[in-house]
Design a protein around this ligand. Structure first.
Ligand SMILES: C[S@@+](CC[C@H](N)C(=O)[O-])C[C@H]1O[C@@H](n2cnc3c(N)ncnc32)[C@H](O)[C@@H]1O
Length: 276
């Protein structure tokens, strides 16, 4: 199976998730309109790394239905979201309009986005289930660097590659490594007819994902001209990846006896010091 097949399957699957995520028990997008102070839980956490976005330009790669993008916008950033899913951007655009927020949405594959967006930004942001859909982390880092102004900031928070390498379909309580930690040319392929939020099933169920080791991610960012400012590993996740995880304070954690065994997420903040 070629790259185009992987891409087409993932796109069809992400398109199918949109009405589920935008519906009841999904991302709760109505709340952004009814509560003028509401922010996504992701941005509520990540804003500590970007305390002053007001007046800055911010590009959100793989923005999905825009909940994080409009949250940065609500904090005063001039936001642009990129995603390859048209239905996702339709929801994102309507959400921004309903909030009375200025935002731009670019329909594109991440790798092809420099062909349709010829701009640089003060801040480039991505994460929480984004880079696992991309086959080549070095090529991704080149895209990120190209969009970041010299002296600009890159911020990401992602699922940890150690977490992704677990057998997360396993029902037993032991943590078991099953999937590759390092990037491979060919993806891991799965069948899933439900998604992580909302109710309903998808009809396009085949997905393909790639893991990327921490060394591969950080080395790629350093190689394209970034300086690492923050690297933190977290004991929580934004979704329930394993049966033994439970919700605590709005995030998902492992039971106490497993809490220190492995990180579930990480944050990278970097400054672009080299290049154009
Ligand atoms: C889990 S969301 C991440 C965004 C954010 N954390 C959220 O939860 O809203 C993943 C997004 O990546 C997008 N995506 C996947 N592969 C892509 C690609 N090659 N180019 C652009 N967007 C892509 C999907 O359409 C989806 O909206």
């Amino acid at each position: 199976m070629g790259d185009e097949r992987y891409y087409a399957d993932n796109l069809a699957n992400w398109n199918d998730r949109v009405p589920i995520h935008a519906g009841p028990d999904g991302y709760g997008i109505d709340r952004y309109v009814t509560d003028a102070d509401h922010l996504s839980s992701i941005v509520e956490f990540d804003r500590r790394y970007l305390p002053d976005v007001a007046g800055k330009s911010l590009l959100h790669l793989q923005c999905h239905i825009g909940s994080d993008t409009v949250s940065w916008g609500r904090l005063g950033a001039h936001v642009v979201g990129v995603d390859f899913s048209e239905p996702a951007l339709v929801v994102a655009d309507q959400l921004a309009r309903d909030m009375g927020l200025q935002a731009r949405w670019i329909l594109s594959d991440v790798y092809r986005s420099p062909d349709v967006l010829d701009e640089q930004f003060d801040i480039v942001y991505t994460g929480v289930g984004a880079i696992c859909w991309l086959p080549d982390i070095r090529r991704w880092a080149e895209v990120v660097a190209g969009f970041t102004k010299p002296g600009g900031t890159f911020l990401m928070r992602e699922g940890h590659p150690s977490m992704w390498s677990l057998d997360w379909e396993r029902n037993g309580a032991r943590l078991q490594i099953e999937l590759p930690y390092f990037e491979r040319p060919h993806p891991e392929s799965f069948e899933e007819d439900t998604t992580y939020l909302g109710t309903g099933t998808m009809s396009n169920t085949t997905i393909h994902s790639w893991n990327h080791g921490l060394g591969e991610i950080i080395s790629s960012l350093l190689a394209v001209g970034f300086r690492l400012d923050v690297f933190e590993e977290h004991r929580f996740l934004e979704w329930s990846a394993l049966p033994q995880m439970y919700e605590e304070g709005g995030v998902w954690v492992l039971p106490e006896e497993q809490r220190d065994l492995l990180p579930l997420m990480y944050t990278i903040k970097a400054t672009k010091v080299d290049g154009q």
